[in-house]
Design a protein around this ligand. Structure first.
Ligand SMILES: [Zn+2]
Length: 332
């Protein structure tokens, strides 16, 4: 109570009334403040719900956008790991493998938080580094093959000729005799219980071509798409040359590749790396008159094969690193 209010001479009842009014005003104010607080709380709750919904929407959208690039990167990483494992001790300078290992590691570290664009860039980086390693392996293999050929030529000058291949008997014409002088190897049936890796393809992964079998009666197996494309190629080949494409070897399993490598040395691909092990390569007979560099069959195959997905790889060309006129690969 102040001196001023006393001076007004207010009656006791007046004081009580004034006090009541003040109490009411405080209560009203408190109630109003509570209402404001409630409205603010509700708004906060709405905001939080909206933020959560937005985050969920973003996550759904983001994961859909990232699925393709992530799969692409995963594929590139898996291929890179396989190439790294296969290329150990198989390159002249290991720096190229170390570069791939570093690129791979960096991509793996960055991938979880990377955007779609970045994921694609990482996949491209990994693929480029992986390609570098494969080229280095091919270069080293070619150099070894060259050394092997030189040694074989030297040996052939003194040693008697070894048994013939599984190819048909050579013609009496010496210029048409097979150019193969190693031990006989045959095409492989599907690998029972095969896990799908190189040289271990199960029956479910392979199709036999319809028109030929090898000299032991084994059908010529290829990966489904490669077999279908070769059927189409053979129909056109037959129309042009009057006979089916002759085959010597298609799918080759891991154990056969091991035996071949042991017998022929570095001229044969390292087991686990041959394109015959993936069901994507054919060898036609090593008969120069029929399929050699200057034959009509080869001219047709080189010109028309690519439109069926079948090519003579650069390394197998006459001027390539490892000339093999009989070898063709399916590139799709
Ligand atoms: Zn071949």
């Amino acid at each position: 109570m102040t001196a001023a209010s006393l001076a007004l001479g207010t009656a006791a009842g007046g004081w009580a009334w004034t006090a009541d009014r003040r109490a009411d005003a405080r209560a009203e104010r408190a109630a109003a403040e509570e209402r404001v607080a409630a409205v603010v709380d509700a708004a906060d709750t709405d905001r939080a719900a909206a933020a959560a919904a937005q985050a969920a929407l973003t996550a759904v959208g983001t994961s859909a956008v990232l699925t393709g690039p992530r799969a692409a990167l995963d594929g590139a990483l898996a291929q890179a790991r396989a190439t790294l494992a296969e290329s150990a001790e198989r390159v002249a300078d290991d720096a190229v493998r170390q570069a791939l290992a570093a690129t791979l590691e960096a991509a793996e570290a960055e991938a979880p938080a990377a955007s779609a664009v970045r994921l694609r860039a990482l996949a491209a980086d990994v693929a480029a580094a992986e390609h570098g390693v494969r080229e280095a392996v091919a270069a080293r293999d070619a150099a070894e093959a060259e050394a092997g050929r030189a040694a074989a030529a030297a040996a052939a000058a003194t040693a008697p000729r070894r048994p013939s291949t599984s190819a048909p008997a050579p013609s009496a014409d010496r210029s048409c005799a097979t150019t193969y002088s190693g031990p006989a190897f045959y095409t492989s049936p599907p690998t029972e219980g095969g896990d799908g890796s190189n040289g271990r393809l199960p029956a479910s992964a392979l199709t036999a071509v319809s028109w030929a079998r090898d000299s032991r009666g084994t059908p010529f197996y290829l990966r489904h798409d490669a077999a279908a494309a070769l059927e189409r190629l053979n129909a056109a080949f037959r129309a042009a040359l009057g006979h089916d494409l002759a085959l010597d070897l298609t799918y080759r399993d891991y154990d056969t590749q091991v035996a071949m490598r042991a017998a022929l040395g570095s001229v044969a691909a390292t087991p686990g790396t041959s394109s015959h092990g993936t069901g994507l390569a054919v060898d036609v007979p090593e008969l120069p008159c029929e399929y050699g560099w200057d034959s009509a069959a080869r001219a047709w195959l080189v010109e028309h094969g690519p439109s069926y997905g079948w090519v003579s790889p650069a390394w197998a060309r006459q001027d390539g690193s490892n000339p093999e006129y009989w070898h063709y690969e399916y590139r799709g």
